[in-house]
Design a protein around this ligand. Structure first.
Ligand SMILES: Nc1ncnc2c1ncn2[C@@H]1O[C@H](COP(=O)(O)OP(=O)(O)OP(=O)(O)O)[C@@H](O)[C@H]1O
Ligand SMILES: [Mg+2]
Length: 236
């Protein structure tokens, strides 16, 4: 069988299933967003480049960010990072808080994926290079506070639709380049491996997010400022 995009199987309203088998090296399958101009060549390139990239690492490829899945992420099939992103996306979450999921690609065949014997890649919309982590140290407290306020707004909008991200440490946030709504760019939560779903405004899950917030932001603020920020991000 070769690249099957003449007659792709449509999955939901967004994704198409593909199967590719040219040689042993490029045998691959996965799901690709209808939005993505994905070709046999791009797929072969990702599989090839992926060999020299360590697990969990990623690279920019055109308008995409390609993330090589960690070995332990292969235990969930399809990878949680992908299913979480798709669930968020399908809930019509306010756009811009998370990168749009674009593809999940596995080297090998479905049996290889189920037995975690080959690699997997998650493709999402490339947000930019400005990680909150790299900027934080050099920003004034006022600016950091403004960014945290926006993050708080995003988390509250997510809670309203029952989405509770649990990875929002500074290294999991990329600031989308400047737009008219914000001087520093919108904080985009790029890590969707740990997200919980529940009822809107679930007190237990918000408590879990608060604890995560304290653990992740404690290195960047004095205790007094952290308390202040906590009530800004999670108002009672
Ligand atoms: N969609 C994206 N656009 C731009 N950069 C991204 C995107 N997704 C991830 N990144 C970059 O990759 C880095 C790691 O991504 P992610 O948090 O998803 O992986 P991770 O395995 O949880 O790694 P870590 O343990 O460092 O958090 C981010 O800090 C960011 O620099
Ligand atoms: Mg992360």
């Amino acid at each position: 069988m070769t690249w099957d995009n003449t007659n792709p199987i449509t999955v939901g309203r967004e994704f198409q299933l593909f199967y590719l088998s040219l040689t042993d090296v490029t045998e691959s399958f996965g799901l690709v967003s209808k939005d993505l101009n994905f070709s046999e060549d791009i797929c072969a390139y990702i599989l090839q480049k992926g060999f020299s990239v360590s697990q969990r690492m990623g690279w920019q490829q055109g308008t995409c960010w390609v993330k090589k899945l960690d070995k332990k992420e292969l235990r969930n099939f399809p990878a949680r990072r992908f299913t979480n992103s798709v669930s968020i996306y399908l809930r019509n979450s306010p756009s811009g808080f998370f990168p749009k999921p674009l593809a999940l690609v596995y080297r090998g065949n479905p049996l290889d994926a189920l037995t975690q014997t080959k690699e997997g890649y998650f493709l999402s919309h490339f947000v930019g290079n400005k990680r909150l982590y790299d900027l934080f140290e050099n920003l004034s407290y006022t600016k950091r506070q403004a960014i945290m306020q926006r993050l708080g707004e995003s988390l509250r909008r997510c809670a309203e639709i029952g989405v509770y991200p649990l990875d929002f440490a500074p290294r999991d946030i990329v600031l989308e380049p400047y737009n008219s709504k914000s001087k520093f760019g919108i904080p985009v939560i790029v890590d969707t491996e740990h997200v919980e779903f529940g009822e809107p405004n679930d007190a237990k899950l918000i408590k879990k997010q608060r604890q995560q917030f304290r653990a992740d932001y404690e290195p960047f603020f004095s205790e007094r400022k952290l308390d202040k920020l906590e009530s800004l991000v999670f108002p009672a």
